[in-house]
Design a protein around this ligand. Structure first.
Ligand code: M6R
Length: 612
């Protein structure tokens, strides 16, 4: 949550910072602000709203200078308005600061600062930090760097921050604890950002800042220290992000682009890992932990939101093929319980961003209990990828739309590969069946391409139900998590209330909601529970509900009873479950578009939830 960009070098900072903020807008878009050092002065401009509103506001203002920083906010402390927008300036004007995260003891610190006659303009925790740094600087008579480090020793909470000191204008000071920051290294120029996308066109050399580390950055170089003043040697990494991957590429929205990218992203997820001719799957990132994975007493999958839904599909796949007991937990619940975990357990943490605070905390807990921790993650170099014992990247490419689409299908692809790999090694799957499963897996991208061709039909259905106030999504077995995911997609981008239920549970309560105004989306492909789901459709129709059914191509039985059918190609194994989410992604997308919603930046949300 919140995006941070900083620049120090020879170029004009403002355009670099603004372009970077636009790329980070997926992290929050409640307000935006910049601070640019013009040489004589630090000019701070901030505005409620999007980065484009800030741009309008800065027209005809002095935006000159080669050192600058900017922030796009997802509000935690204080409503989204101009005053609470970052950057924040300390009371005596010595420090300017942008911050991502939450200072948990801010109320205590604020009280102390008020006792020292500090006054506050905003309701934010960040302003408290700005004033604390300034107080230590002025009354401790220390350098800006020392003041920042000492202040951070007093802070409990999460921060990714960048600080400018008016008296030391030729440097930026950045610090991180639990909120990501990456430094891009150029020729006599440096970039700081919440992820590497703001500076991919300038450099591919980066340093990921570790927790409780501070970077002192000038045009002549960077120095990294812990907040306790121990020197840290920068670990320089090379990143590989293609600039085209972070542009819209002719689509109106990132979400639609990402829906259409799924055949490619799933192909990339399987590339070099699935060998159909030789009948095997190899996941290089898991080699070191294979003995623990093969002998796991239990697998616990943790994640949030869509990643949790992928985990639920994974539960079916693992139980079906790997034959190992699986529990799937919301990371946010898991971390606050006292779960019984031991060294024979394997914990799989799933996260697109690799920065979700609850998932990272769940990893720490699992590690403390001695479990083997495996990550499934999309963002290369993210905290999750660095803090797990082993892992598999999804290789979906950057996902910028706040609603996860390709992240889900690639996460399920990874879980399917893992389940099949373990299942084969345990001799649970016969050679012939294995071959069939691999063929199914490999055919998924082509089948998704085929499904995407019915987009215009789905658009027509969406037009009919765009004004509905509620939707119910039903599925059985591995389609139950698909129902949950379909409902989540609709909720988050169209603001229509939607619930996902196991189809058989409908009669235990939700059936009371059904009337002739209630669209019920049923995942009813020809699979194990087919006859049962046909019965569920009859039950909905008997109560005059509107049935939109996702069916296997050519299914006349359901076509004759449902109001609308959305077809997907025929598949024979649980792996095909991935296909059924595609029509649901498109349905929610078109409904949201018809309702005039901003699908890429839905209200109140942010892509990467780095606060608890
Ligand atoms: O980056 P993560 O996968 O850890 O994110 C988890 C959730 O915040 C995320 O899936 C969220 O639910 C999406 N907006 C769903 O579309």
């Amino acid at each position: 949550m919140c995006g941070i960009v900083g620049y120090i070098g020879q170029q004009d900072a403002y355009p670099i910072v603004i372009k970077g903020l636009k790329r980070l807008e997926y992290r929050g878009y409640d307000s935006a602000g910049v601070a640019i050092n013009s040489g004589n002065n630090v000019n701070v401009y901030k505005r409620k709203g999007k980065v484009s509103d800030l741009e309008q506001f800065t027209l005809n203002k002095d935006i000159s200078g080669c050192i600058g920083m900017g922030h796009t906010r997802w509000a935690t402390h204080g409503i989204p308005n101009d005053v609470n927008a970052h950057p924040h300036i300390s009371m005596n004007g010595k420090f300017v600061i942008i911050h991502n995260g939450i200072i948990e003891n801010y109320a205590y610190l604020k009280k102390k600062m008020i006792a020292r006659h500090y006054e506050f303009k905003s309701e934010t925790d960040t302003e408290v930090l700005a004033n604390l740094i300034e107080y230590i600087y002025m009354f401790g008579n220390v350098s800006a760097e020392v003041a920042v480090r000492l202040a951070l020793t007093k802070v409990i909470g999460a921060y990714g921050l960048v600080v400018m000191c008016i008296d030391e204008p030729d440097k930026l000071i950045a610090a991180r604890n639990s909120s990501p920051l990456v430094i891009g290294l150029g020729q006599k120029e440096y970039f700081i950002a919440s992820d590497a996308t703001p500076f991919v066109e300038y450099t591919d050399q980066v340093v990921y800042l570790d927790n409780q580390n501070v970077a002192i950055i000038s045009r002549d170089g960077i120095q990294i220290k812990t907040i306790k003043n121990d020197i840290v040697n920068p670990d320089i990494k090379k990143i590989d992000i293609d600039i085209n991957e972070i542009e819209k590429g002719g689509f109106n929205d990132y979400m639609l682009k990402e829906i259409y990218e799924q055949p490619k992203s799933i192909t990339d997820t399987m590339r070099g890992r699935v060998f159909q001719n030789d009948n095997y799957i190899s996941l290089g990132g898991l080699l070191d932990v294979m003995p623990r994975l093969m002998n796991a007493r239990r697998v616990i999958i943790v994640g949030c939101g869509t990643s949790w839904h992928a985990g639920l599909v994974g539960e079916y796949l693992f139980e079906e093929y790997a034959r190992v007991p699986v529990e799937v937990e919301y990371a946010s619940e898991f971390r606050y319980r006292n779960p019984i975990i031991n060294s024979e357990d394997v914990v799989i943490a799933i996260s697109q961003s690799g920065e979700t605070a609850d998932t990272l905390a769940a990893i720490q807990l699992a590690k403390k209990c001695g479990a083997c921790v495996i990550g499934i993650c999309n963002v290369v170099g993210s905290t999750l990828s660095r803090e797990t014992d082993a892992g598999v990247y999804t290789h979906a490419g950057p996902e910028i739309g706040v609603a996860s689409t390709k992240a889900f299908t690639t996460q399920v692809t990874v879980l399917a590969m893992m389940a099949l790999m373990i299942g084969k090694n345990k001799f649970n799957i016969k050679q012939e069946q294995y071959h069939e499963l691999l063929s199914e897996l490999i055919s998924i991208p082509t089948k998704i391409e085929h499904t995407l061709q019915s987009a215009s039909k789905i658009e027509e259905v969406a037009r009919l139900y765009k004004d509905s106030s509620n939707f119910l999504y039903l599925g059985r077995g591995c389609y139950y998590p698909v129902a949950l995911e379909g409902a989540l997609k609709l909720k988050e981008i169209s603001y229509i209330h939607a619930e996902g239920y196991p189809a058989a549970e409908m009669k235990h309560g939700p059936i009371a909601l059904i009337d002739d105004k209630m669209p019920v989306v049923v995942i009813a492909t020809k699979d194990k529970g087919y006859e049962k789901i046909v019965n569920n459709i009859q039950e909905v129709k008997a109560r005059k509900g509107i049935v939109i059914a996702v069916v296997s191509e050519g299914d006349q039985t359901i076509a004759s009873m449902a109001d609308h059918v959305l077809e997907v190609p025929v598949f024979n194994t649980a792996i095909g479950a991935i296909l059924t989410i595609i029509p649901l992604q498109l349905l929610s997308y078109y409904i949201a578009i018809f309702r005039g919603c901003n699908v890429d930046q839905p209200r109140n949300l942010a892509k990467s939830v780095t606060v608890e």
